[in-house]
Ligand binder design. Structure first.
Ligand code: GTP
Length: 721
């Protein structure tokens, strides 16, 4: 009772400063959820064993939205059944909100089911958002894969399934659309076996298929579940034992399935029709029964924190009224409103003002949240997607010490990196294009929009082209850049112009070379004199960076005085390689000698060193590196040779051709430069019957012929321009 009162007063207190729409206080919310009033305690902090953080993975149109809607309805959080086709689902509601400029998209919705707290986290499916999918998977403890039972496993599900394998996320399969013409339980099961290489653990059998689909058999309990055809919303259904007298065939089949089930460790499979309101409640039961709670998942880093706060920001949204909303998965410790937190990635401390739970389409203000939960925070202005949050800098250092990483001789960056416990590696963007505002006066608005979008999406990079002064967008794929372009228009009201998409090449050198450079200039009555001798050689370093070494003969005092100028000069020279102006990687730079006359400005030192490094890079044998994509094309046998011939012309390297049911699956690698706009090509080539999945693999050295073709093209282009 005491706790209850404390919660109430905390909630009321925050209400005084609260103006936002869609935010309920706990007790108001209890009346919203109606007859089934949840206890305040369970709303605030359910026992961790009763929490399920799950995602829904599905191919486009498999029924993810409809299934989510049914979850919310049966759990009592929405009062009417939304219909995607009528445009009145919770998700549609949010889309409209967004159109009106109130960005309350949802990255997670929360609801309770039979005493369990379910946090449903959205997982985007497209490969351009691989990073986003990975980040979401990182915060999931389990997932429901929704399939269209008439189509079985489709391309997008396959991609996300592989990522879930990588992160060891336990899954349940839901064969949806059992009512649809062409729905086939056996076909869908077979495709799970074939394409996902998973063993289906059949927990249910359908009673009827397509138009005759009525309900399901619970294989474990040997019961049939029949939805009352007179009940519009499917809330009422009855359980009846299967009897030898009334259902001899079905009983026999069920017993066989049950025996197989008990023998194997595999993926539980259920079936139903979200649209026709059949099979959703047993799916929710299965989520709570078969998917693990947060404490059943292993997170090695938790031991370093010993109960102190550790959370991962997995999504940032900008709300026009409340500013940035940050979704956090709490791994250990407790969050409370007004709490000051330390952001390890940004090495800053900031204060959150409010703590919300995203219940269905409403946000509920709460006084605290503990480990295992998903929280929505208001007030964190610097935190970006993917950041690790702890209680204080000293707590982070203590964790690093426990992890045995804080005591090494590190530079400041590597110390911070050692503490990024839950982060996901951000891949380097492989595509770029220029973006221009409608007028010069709108450039600050564009900069502001891009700054916000980058906080939400760290795989988007923005830079300034030093030659043209234009803003350049760097992204993970064509769709990624298209969506950013569209969001700038929709959310920030700016009509921008994109330049042509270009491939992000890199450069490196193959041998060691030395160069010298002298800068002797008199400005006013002051003489500035610098002479540098430098060597560039192959050595492991990220793009646009270089390993910098100093020869013993270089005076230590001089290095101390000019270190920053020298390092900035080396890095800026490495940002624009001599061949294509692309970043140079895997280079080490040694400063053999440096002579600086007294009174020479550090700007002059910087200029001389930069020129000297550029000279050395130019003299070396140079190599262009290009992004290589892994490609998977699913095509019917009659189009196979056409697809292969086309890929051969695109410098494709075919690794394997698999047979999957009636289809051939071509697996291989192809340079990104050759595969832009491939969806249109493939559609034309195969009359729209083939599908493909494309993913960045690595950077590879171009062959001498391909490199010279590229360089000729570029210089030809330069002459034309
Ligand atoms: N016949 C049938 N249709 C369904 C079922 N579930 C969903 N649908 C329909 O399939 C279409 C797609 O459903 P959604 O729920 O929007 O699917 P989604 O996976 O969220 O789709 P995206 O958001 O586009 O990825 C809609 O027209 C739904 O009405 C089902 O169980 N049976």
């Amino acid at each position: 009772m005491e706790k209850r009162d404390a919660c109430r007063s905390a909630a009321w207190e925050v209400n005084n400063i609260l103006e936002g729409r869609n935010v309920y206080l706990l007790e108001d919310f209890c009346s919203v959820v109606g007859n089934d009033v949840k206890s305040l305690h369970s709303i605030i902090s359910p026992p961790v064993a009763k929490i399920r953080n799950i995602g829904i993975m599905a191919h486009i149109d498999a029924g993810k939205t409809t299934t989510t809607e049914r979850f919310l309805y049966y759990s009592g959080y929405t009062r009417a059944l939304g219909d995607v086709d009528d445009g009145d689902t919770v998700t549609d509601f949010m889309a409209q909100e967004r159109e009106r400029g109130i960005t309350i998209q949802s990255a997670a919705v929360t609801f309770d089911w039979k005493g369990y707290r379910v946090n449903l986290i959205d997982t985007p499916g497209h490969v351009d958002f691989t990073l986003e999918v990975e980040r979401c998977l990182r915060v999931l403890d389990g997932a429901v894969a929704v399939f269209d039972a008439s189509a079985g496993v489709e391309a997008q599900t396959l991609t996300v399934w592989k990522q879930a394998d990588k992160h060891k996320i336990p899954r349940i399969c839901f064969l949806n659309k059992m009512d649809k013409t062409g729905a086939s339980f056996n076909y869908a099961i077979e495709s799970i076996r074939e394409k996902l290489k998973a063993k289906p653990l059949i927990l249910q059998l359908p009673i009827g298929e397509a138009r005759t689909f009525k309900g399901v058999v619970d294989v474990i309990n040997k019961e049939k579940l029949l939805w009352n055809s007179n009940s519009d919303d499917g809330k009422d259904f009855e359980r009846k034992p299967l009897l030898e007298t009334s259902d001899p065939e079905l009983l026999k089949e069920t017993i066989e399935a049950r025996n197989i089930l008990i023998e194997q460790a595999a993926v539980p499979v259920l079936c139903g029709s979200a649209l026709k309101n059949k099979g959703v409640q047993p799916l929710l039961d299965a989520v709570t029964m078969y998917l693990p709670s947060p404490e059943e998942r292993e997170h090695g880093f938790l031991q370093w924190y010993k109960g102190d706060l550790c959370a991962l920001a997995f999504k940032v949204l900008h709300d026009k009224q409340r500013g940035p909303l940050v979704f956090l998965r709490i791994y250990s410790g407790t969050l409370t409103p007004q709490l000051a937190i330390h952001n390890i990635n940004r090495n800053c401390t900031e204060r959150m003002s409010r703590l919300l739970l995203p219940f269905a389409d409403q946000h509920v203000e709460i006084p605290s949240l503990t480990a295992g939960n998903i929280a929505l925070t208001v007030g964190l202005k610097q935190t970006a997607t993917g950041d690790t949050i702890v209680s204080s800098k000293s707590s982070a250092l203590a964790a690093a010490r426990r992890a045995g990483r804080g005591d090494k001789k590190h530079g400041k960056n590597s110390e911070a990196e050692s503490l990024l416990l839950a982060g996901v590696e951000v891949p380097e963007p492989v595509f770029f294009c220029t973006i221009e505002p409608p007028s010069v006066a709108k450039q600050p608005d564009l900069d502001h929009a891009l700054e916000r979008l980058q906080r939400e999406d760290p795989s988007l990079k923005v830079r300034l082209d030093p030659d043209s002064g234009q803003t350049v967008l760097c992204g993970m794929g064509e769709l990624h850049i298209e969506i950013i372009h569209d969001r700038i228009k929709r959310e920030y009201g700016l009509e921008t112009y994109l330049g042509p998409l270009q491939v992000a090449y890199r450069e490196t050198i193959l041998n060691s070379v030395r160069a010298t450079d002298t800068l002797d200039r008199t400005l006013g009555d002051k003489r500035h004199f610098v002479r540098a001798e430098m060597e560039a050689r192959p050595g492991e370093a990220p793009p646009g960076m270089a390993v910098i070494e100093y020869a013993d003969c270089v005076s230590e005092d001089l290095v101390q005085a000019s270190r920053e100028a020298i390092e900035n000069a080396v890095h800026s020279a490495c940002l624009q390689g001599p061949l294509l102006g692309s970043p140079v990687q895997d280079v080490a730079i040694m400063l053999h000698s440096l002579m600086v006359h007294p009174g020479t400005s550090t700007t002059m030192v910087n200029a001389c060193v930069s020129r000297c490094v550029q000279k050395a890079l130019k003299k070396a044998d140079k190599q262009v590196l290009e992004p290589l994509m892994s490609l998977e094309v699913t095509v019917t046998g009659d189009y196979l040779s056409l697809v292969l011939a086309d890929l051969a012309q695109r410098r494709g390297n075919i690794q394997e051709i698999q047979t999957r049911q009636d289809n051939k699956v071509v697996i291989g690698f192809v340079p990104l430069a050759e595969i832009m706009g491939y969806s249109t090509v493939l559609r034309t080539l195969t009359s729209g019957s083939a599908t493909f999945a494309l993913e960045f693999s690595t950077y590879q050295a171009m062959s001498p012929q391909d490199q010279s073709t590229l360089l000729n093209q570029r210089s030809g282009l330069a002459q034309v321009l």
